[in-house]
Design a protein around this ligand. Sequence first.
Ligand code: SF4
Length: 443
Amino acid sequence: MANHGRVAFETLGCKLNFSESSALARNLSEAGYARVAMEDRPDVVVVNTCSVTDHADAKCRNIVRRAKAANPESFVAVIGCYAQLKPREIAEIEGVDMVLGAQEKFNLAEHLERGRDRRNAGSVDAVVERGEIRDVHVFHPAVSSGDRTRSFLKVQDGCDYFCAFCTIPLARGRSRSADIATTLVEARKAAEAGAREIVLTGVNIGDFGKAQGQSLLELCRALEADQALSSVERYRISSIEPNLLDGPLIDFVADSAKFQPHFHIPLQSGSDAVLSAMRRRYRTDLYRDRLAHIVDRMPDAGIGIDVIVGFPGETEERFAETRDFLLDMPASYLHVFTYSERPKTTALRMDEVVPVSERKARNKQLQQVSLKKQWAHAQKFHGQTRPVLLEADVDEAGRRSGYTPEYVRVAVEDGASQEPGHVVEVVLGEMREGKLQGRTVTV
Ligand code: SF4
């Protein structure tokens, strides 16, 4: 096998990006690259970008600068959502040698070889290989491995929803997935690599199997029943649209031995008028019903909610509706996003723009609501014994951390004496530094 040198990956954004970076890194290792950290003077740096907010763009520029500082001779390739949306803008960033779109990134090894040969032949311009998103139809499976604790399993890509504020369909294309059999093969790779927990990830994962006449519920059942996956102790469903989280799926998780009682469900607004303007596919009554069903079956479940503040037309009254709705919801944490204008979205053409300072003030308010929810959720477990999947890192106080099934983050005081990647029984104590403190149960 040819030796193509050392490659470093820098990944921004969502779990899906991390699963793809991990799969692409494995492909490059099979093609003769050695994976190294950015500090180890890599010959090639691959930056896997996100484009959900305008900060994503700035972060990408910053990484390119760091890559060139680490090794001025390094070949820098930028891939991912930002690359699909703004390839020319990226190609003009000093230090960028190649930009690959949503489809082209999956032939990374070939493109790198051609691009490096071209540069060695004296060419200085960045290579841009990016097809039209409407031509992207192929689903490329991916799973992250190498982290003995948790693995991100890509089960779906793209989206057909076109919400008014969102560029993801323009960056990742229409909704698509593989079938259950192919997805099980990917999951087994994570199990063989030692993963104890698998997180199902995608863009709109509730759409899994649509083209194959299969469903996410059937996939979950197949994962839990697969003997080759018996070493996997936990599964989590990452973010899922409320209208695609139906009763049978909630009941399956409630009765499951391995699927964890933890849901992350985007709400975006607690005002039906704003949800309508956002072109969301549900209203607050459906959302309330879904959460009531979850709490009825799993009273202590972890429930995370995404919300956007400052969307055009979000008057003071409508923001108050959102805040009051969230206060009323049995959530355990919020992810609060400040609306930001994104190119080619329908929201750009909307009136009643909310001043940026007001958007930021509303974000602050909901951050306070989130802190209270987190605290209240964690306090429910005070004095209880819960299983925690220990992660590898040990903090300065010699503690290992991990999550309970209900997605409470716990710092385990005597965790360093335990093997990472194992589920241990922990007695839960006080909340300190945003984490619940705990000690392992001595048998
Ligand atoms: S469901 Fe809406 S917000 Fe989510 S990825 Fe699709 S278009 Fe974007």
